[in-house]
Design a protein around this ligand. Structure first.
Ligand code: HEM
Length: 491
């Protein structure tokens, strides 16, 4: 039977600027969602000098995510990121040698079992946030996204760089964090601008180069220091990068590869985890029934004692709330793929749409995650029950992709999940929350990853919890409590 080819729809591009006017650069994700409503499950846009195809529903996404001839493409924001960390695994091109070497070396330290070993580091940083919120008291207004950014940055710094940013003890960000943030804001801005325009922004380019050099030097010194003093050995990502060897080639990671991957982990892990934590708090405050269920589960499993890694296996509803948050608010907006074919070759998807070999094909995760064919007519609602294990297992293949796809899926999945489970459980064990603005509705920041905007909350210690004994309670299991006075040296 002859193929019936249908043109891929999309708004007409203008000379030079393409479809730049069809998207809001401060809110690209929402622009794509709006275009999906107008043009349907597949549309195309001419951006940054090339044509990109966007896939928005489950049927087409499932096809391209299952096909072996579609692979990750490095373009747009990731292409700019690759200049910052050329040997980082996030931005490695398909088949890049350093990717295989690094993943084989580091996969074992990112398994669920291995990540358990980093529980004390995660608890160390989480306790700083909890104690800060407790000591400031119920009238303090916390910018949640900012607070969780401190938490996730400091956790990755401790686990993957062997250093402390001490963000909870500073009014202003450390210089590294400031410059690091500036790099990624600039990368975000230039990812949708034409190359010729960017090349003329001399001052911005000079500043970017200076910031990259600072960040690379900082990481390089940490690696050199650890190589010179290998005595302190723990099971962290940092130690794995310095000490492990690729099981296939027997090679160790070079200092520049380690530097690139420190930057990679910090970039890939901090906004994503802080977004997840901000949004789960917001959705729970907006959904009192789910809030009460989660708190009941936390009280039943943890009591008033310290959290341990084993508790996490029993927090089924908490896990479901995090999954449901990742479904509605996926931190990564899209999976960027391309067909492995020559540019002049045609590749047909959905039986009727033609894509050229190498053409950028973006699976939009926010629309995929709200497809009523996968999640029913209430797909836009926060309903954690649909993510409880027995229902989660029944979801259609490739309907839920917050951590990406196949061999290029997120290496930090278990790391982020453990951290988010732990932090959510402790927060609801110790506090009650409300929005500063009772009528708050979710808004998003302009950012590569989805982040909450203007989300302010107040945190009130729950009855029976007090700021003074909290320090002890976070670390001693309930049935092994020592009297508080024992914890004070010299008494
Ligand atoms: C809620 C938290 C997180 C989410 C939603 C998330 C999401 C994702 C997604 C969607 C991808 C695939 C990107 C693509 O195909 O282009 C990815 C890749 C990656 N993520 Fe995460 N991530 C999270 C946390 C983390 C953490 C904590 C780390 C590190 C400690 C991390 C490190 C990475 C790396 C290195 C890659 C690239 C993997 C590769 O290409 O081999 N992520 N992540």
């Amino acid at each position: 039977m002859a193929e019936t080819i249908v043109p891929i729809p999309g708004p007409p591009p203008l000379p030079l600027i393409g479809n730049l006017r069809d998207i809001d650069l401060n809110n690209t994700i929402q622009s794509f969602e709006r275009l999906a409503e107008t043009y349907g499950p597949i549309f195309k846009l001419y951006l940054g000098g090339s044509e990109r195809v966007f896939i928005t529903n489950h049927e087409l996404a499932n096809e391209v995510l299952s096909r072996k001839d579609f692979v990750k493409k490095i373009t747009g924001a990731t292409e700019h990121l690759a200049k910052v960390m050329p040997e980082g695994i996030l931005t490695a091109t398909h088949g890049q040698e350093s990717w295989g070497l690094t993943r084989r070396t580091l996969n074992p330290v990112f398994t669920r079992g291995a990540v358990k070993e980093m529980f004390p580091e995660m608890l160390d940083i989480a306790s700083q946030l909890v104690l800060k919120w407790a000591r400031f008291g119920p009238d303090e207004e916390f910018d949640v996204q900012e607070e969780f950014t401190r938490l996730s940055m400091d956790t990755i710094a401790l686990c993957a760089m062997g250093t402390r940013f001490n963000s909870f003890y500073r009014e202003n960000q450390a210089e590294f964090v400031q410059r690091f943030g500036d790099i990624f804001n600039e990368v975000q801005r230039r990812s949708n601008r034409p190359e010729w325009y960017t090349s003329m922004m001399w001052e911005a380019n000079r500043l970017l180069d200076e910031n990259i050099q600072f960040v690379r030097d900082f990481c390089g010194e940490l690696v050199a220091e650890r190589r010179a003093n290998p005595a302190e050995k723990k099971n962290t990502i940092f130690d794995a990068m310095v000490n492990r060897r690729d099981p296939v080639s027997g090679k160790e990671l070079s200092s520049s590869t380690i530097t690139d991957n420190m930057i990679t982990f910090l970039f890939a892990g901090h906004d994503t985890t802080s977004g997840l934590l901000s949004f789960v708090l917001a959705h729970l405050i907006m959904n009192p029934e789910a809030y009460a269920k989660l708190q009941e589960e936390v009280d039943r499993v943890l009591g008033d004692g310290a959290i341990t890694p084993d508790h996490l296996n029993e927090l089924h509803y908490t896990r479901a709330c995090l999954r449901e948050t990742l479904r509605l608010e996926p931190p990564s907006p899209g999976l960027v793929l391309m067909p492995l074919a020559e540019p002049h070759e045609r590749v047909v998807i959905g039986g009727k749409y033609v894509i050229q070999g190498g053409q950028t094909t973006v699976v939009l995760i926010p629309t995929l995650h709200r497809d009523p064919d996968s999640f029913g007519p209430d797909a836009n609602e926060f309903k954690p029950e649909r993510m409880l294990e027995e229902n989660f297992k029944k979801l259609p293949k490739n309907a839920f992709k917050p951590f990406g796809n196949g061999q290029r899926s997120c290496i930090g999945n278990e790391f982020a999940t453990q951290q988010a489970m732990m932090v959510t459980a402790i927060l609801f064990q110790k506090f009650d929350f409300e929005f500063v603005d009772p009528g708050y509705e979710l808004q998003y920041q302009p950012s590569i990853h989805r982040k909450a905007k203007d989300l302010y909350i107040q945190a009130r210690l729950r009855p029976g919890v007090d700021a003074t004994s909290l320090n002890r309670d976070l670390f001693y299991p309930g049935n092994q409590r020592r009297p508080l006075v024992d914890a004070v040296p010299g008494t």
